[in-house]
Design a protein around this ligand. Structure first.
Ligand code: SF4
Length: 234
């Protein structure tokens, strides 16, 4: 229910601090969360909030990456978000205790070919990544390895996000279309950078030819499915 209200208010352009003035709308599914490589840092509220959080901990002499500190931050962020949503609900006369009437529709991502392909890639890439970790990653391949690791989960997660949007009628058609295009663009970016990483690995890791070729073929399969029909069911 909280998510439902949050989405409705984003749709209506009243998402509180998240959608204010100097910042572009929060990226949600449009970004790949690689803030260190992103040109949108100056316009991004998510990035600014995170920087402020880090700075605050450093000022207090705390390690922001300490699991205990991090969990406390998460608790605080969820608490703030819940308060914001409750305030919006109250302003709109929505009774949060009356939660049974509107349920979020359920989607089974496994019903969609695109998700299955992405998830299969995730599983096989995970095996390859573990093997590389065991044998050791050559220094020169560190950026490629980081890309491969980052995007093998992101592609699957974004494919899941994509298909879950197919039955989401909370947004206007135009917003749904933008959401979908944003998600597809991130998946494509993940495919492109993963492919480049694998190509570069190939010259340094000739023994991994078969695994690399297989992963590249799987990426191509996801890309092909995007071009053909992202809504196709199995
Ligand atoms: S700064 Fe980070 S959170 Fe913001 S758009 Fe860029 S990658 Fe996404």
């Amino acid at each position: 229910m909280l998510l439902l209200i949050y989405k409705r208010n984003i749709r209506n352009g009243c998402g509180g601090e998240i959608l204010t003035d100097q910042f572009k709308p929060a990226p949600f599914n449009y970004c790949d969360y690689r803030c260190d490589q992103c040109d949108e840092q100056a316009n991004c509220r998510v990035f600014k909030d995170d920087q402020e959080r880090l700075l605050d901990h450093y000022r207090k002499g705390e390690d922001p990456y300490d699991p205990h500190v991090f969990m406390n931050d998460l608790k605080e962020i969820f608490g703030r978000t819940e308060k914001m949503i409750r305030k919006i609900a109250e302003e709109q006369g929505i009774d949060l205790d009356d939660t049974d009437k509107e349920e979020m529709p359920e989607v089974d991502p496994d019903e969609y070919v695109i998700y299955r392909l992405a998830y299969q890639y995730f599983k096989e890439a995970s095996v390859f990544i573990k093997e590389l970790e065991k044998t050791g990653i050559p220094d020169g391949l560190k950026p490629e390895f980081d890309d491969l690791v980052w995007y093998h989960t992101l592609i699957a997660a974004k494919a899941g996000r994509l298909v879950s949007g197919f039955i989401d009628d909370l947004f206007e058609e135009e917003i749904n279309r933008m959401e979908e295009e944003g998600t597809v663009a991130v998946i494509r970016k993940g495919i492109e950078l993963s492919r480049r990483a694998l190509e570069n690995m190939l010259s340094e890791l000739p023994d991994c030819l078969l695994s690399i070729a297989r992963l590249m073929e799987m990426l191509k399969g996801i890309e092909r499915q995007i071009e053909m029909d992202i809504r196709r069911k199995v």
